[in-house]
Design a protein around this ligand. Structure first.
Ligand code: UT7
Length: 323
């Protein structure tokens, strides 16, 4: 059978770093509160005029270089983002053009913080059905542009960045020893919309709007939803936490990550953490963390890797793959 293997990855974070202490004087908060409640110490913030497509393009070029291919070898680009450059065209199409690709197709995928998991799952479907041989999957966000900078309960949590992977169809035997994506599980439930949403949009206010969140409510649902979908991935493959080499969760809050890992019996040393330096970069958080752990040599060929995310919608999902 055909499996979708990640053959290259790349990432980019804006130069400007905003530390927790930089919020003091902006809103009533402290480094101590932010670190204790979230694990976040700093985040990257896009410069004036620096856009989601700028970040996504840089991550995409790095992923193509890492894979040792050019856009001529690609069939499809999917960009996961909730902060597109324009309402339309899709940011993926803009990046496609900047990369000099004028064949194949490109589109955006919008599942907020679960965006990368949804986009990678979509890429897997294209590859497994033979519709595409190689897909570039990008997660790129400028969440700083959606924040209400007077709301201390949200503005300290998010950051900007982008990560990308190149996925290629490879032959597998259909066993969990295969290289590539072994199983994908997506969920959504719009009954939770009010807990995490943006209060604007082209068809409602005609404005971009600001992110609004009932943080405690999101937190209350997060661990249950995350563990539920990971257990579905284990059930589909016959694998368990004991088989895992690396857990690369969505980086929203260190306490959510720790509680999920504890509930699933995943050892601390298998968990990849970047939330301390990136904050929550929504759809970019998983590819940013994944690329970091690949680049520094932690994730190696043959390792079993678990990806997981949960975010606005609510949307949530998990992917098990062998590197
Ligand atoms: O991808 C999914 C995206 N979202 C998330 O994953 C977020 C999930 N939720 C969370 O991470 C946490 O709920 C937060 C970090 C947002 C908040 O932590 P919490 O422990 O749930 O705090 P809380 O909302 O219950 O607030 C506790 C107190 C409140 O004050 P009172 O009412 O007890 O007097 C808040 O007003 O902390 C106050 N507070 C702050 N204090 C200092 C809220 N934000 C801040 C702040 N600095 N930045």
């Amino acid at each position: 059978m055909i499996r979708s293997a990640i053959i290259g990855c790349g990432s980019y974070t804006p130069e400007k770093v905003m530390k927790n202490s930089d919020f003091e004087g902006v809103v009533e908060t402290s480094d101590e509160w932010i670190v204790q409640r979230t694990g976040i110490r700093e985040r990257h913030i896009a410069a004036d005029g620096e856009t989601t497509a700028d970040l996504g393009e840089k991550a995409a070029r790095a992923a193509l270089d890492d894979a040792g291919i050019t856009v001529d070898d690609l069939d499809l680009i999917i960009c996961a983002t909730s902060t597109p450059n324009n309402t339309f065209p899709a940011t993926a199409v803009e990046i496609q053009n900047r990369l000099g690709m004028h064949h194949g197709a490109a589109f955006d995928s919008q599942a907020v913080c679960s965006g990368f998991v949804f986009a990678l799952t979509t890429a897997d479907q294209y590859i497994k059905t033979g519709q595409a041989k190689r897909v570039l999957v990008i997660g790129a966000e400028t969440f700083s542009r959606l924040l209400d900078w007077s709301d201390r309960s949200t503005c300290v949590l998010f950051g900007d960045g982008a990560g990308a992977v190149v996925v290629e169809g490879v032959e597998g035997e259909g066993s969990s020893a295969d290289r590539g994506i072994l199983t994908c599980h997506l969920r959504s439930d719009g009954a939770h919309k009010e807990k995490l949403y943006v209060d604007g949009g082209p068809s409602t206010t005609g404005t971009v709007g600001h992110l609004r969140m009932q943080g405690r409510e999101v937190f209350r649902h997060a661990v249950g939803m995350i563990t539920d979908v990971i257990e579905a991935a284990y059930a589909a493959t016959g694998l368990s936490s004991a088989d895992l080499d690396w857990f690369v969760p969505h980086q929203a809050n260190r306490r959510i990550i720790d509680a999920s890992a504890r509930k699933l019996d995943i050892a601390d040393e298998k968990v990849v953490i970047t939330v301390d330096r990136h904050g929550n970069t929504s759809a970019a958080s998983i590819p940013l963390a994944l690329c970091e752990a690949v680049r520094d040599g932690r994730i190696k060929r043959g390792d079993l890797v678990l990806l997981e995310a949960m975010g606005g919608g609510f949307t949530w999902g998990a992917i098990l793959l062998r590197w």
